[in-house]
Design a protein around this ligand. Structure first.
Ligand SMILES: [Zn+2]
Length: 254
């Protein structure tokens, strides 16, 4: 994998348009499929709603977001309805977050979020476009990156350094157990996972996790059994090899 963009830079109307073409071109030449390890991804020829690249081996799709500044709390995405429908039918694409260096024309940081990390609480509905806009009434979406657990953002390039591919694939494979959960079950699992990682400590007690009770109740206001739900997620995370039970209500992230 090379981190530099191709030499033949074509001038486009705007800098953002040039960057989009260059980063898409880069991904089509340099990116591999994290889902099956296939050494390359293919670009869709026509404009596809919510996907830019795909793998011919496993069929996984990828959406590419690129920008020159670091990614913040949220990233703007396509039509809200489309996003939610794909999420409900479990056909969301994986998300590539590419941060480039405009001057050096290289990829600085690149992370990939597996498609099954996209649950309703990670997608925000934007206000409809005003009546004076060209696409009046159109409703877009934001992907809320801060709702996605840290382990669901797998680094491929960090500060211009390409990470060992087998380590990347290993990290991806460790998360596969999440795929087996559907709907709210997956939502709960990811919420608890996010809370655990936000604690910033690998060893913790059940009481520590219960500190998130209010926060989780706010996400699922119709659920009155937040504590049993939390304990259930801890078991799923243990069975998935993500968490260790140390006994006496103590846990450790693996
Ligand atoms: Zn693949």
């Amino acid at each position: 994998m090379r981190i530099g963009f191709s030499e033949a830079a074509t001038p486009f109307e705007s800098a953002s348009q040039t960057a989009r073409v260059e980063t898409e071109d880069w991904a089509g030449t340099n990116m591999f499929c994290l889902n099956c390890g296939c050494p390359r991804l293919n670009r869709y020829t026509a404009n596809k709603p919510v996907a830019d690249l795909y793998c011919t081996e496993c069929g996984d799709q990828y959406e590419l977001k690129s920008q020159s500044r670091a990614f913040g709390r949220k990233v703007m995405d396509g039509a809200y309805e489309t996003k939610i429908n794909r999420l409900r039918s479990d056909t969301s694409p994986n998300l590539i977050l590419l941060q480039y260096n405009r001057k050096r024309r290289t990829v600085e940081n690149l992370k990939v979020v597996p498609r099954y990390f996209f649950v309703p609480q990670a997608i925000e509905r934007r206000a409809p476009l005003s009546l004076t806009a060209r696409r009046a009434g159109w409703v877009g979406s934001n992907i809320l990156l801060d709702r996605i657990p840290a382990s669901g953002q797998i680094a491929v390039i960090q500060s211009g350094i390409v990470r060992n591919r087998s380590h990347v694939l290993e990290e991806w494979n460790r998360l596969r157990f999440i795929q087996e959960k559907r709907g709210d079950a997956r939502g709960w699992l990811l919420e608890v996972m996010r809370c655990l990682q936000n604690m910033g400590q690998s060893d913790f007690s059940l009481a520590d996790v219960y500190c998130f009770e209010q926060e989780l109740a706010a996400v699922y206001p119709r659920n009155n059994n937040v504590r049993p739900k939390i304990r259930q997620q801890l078991q799923v995370l243990r069975d998935g090899g993500f968490l260790e039970f140390l006994g006496n209500g103590r846990y450790r992230l693996r």
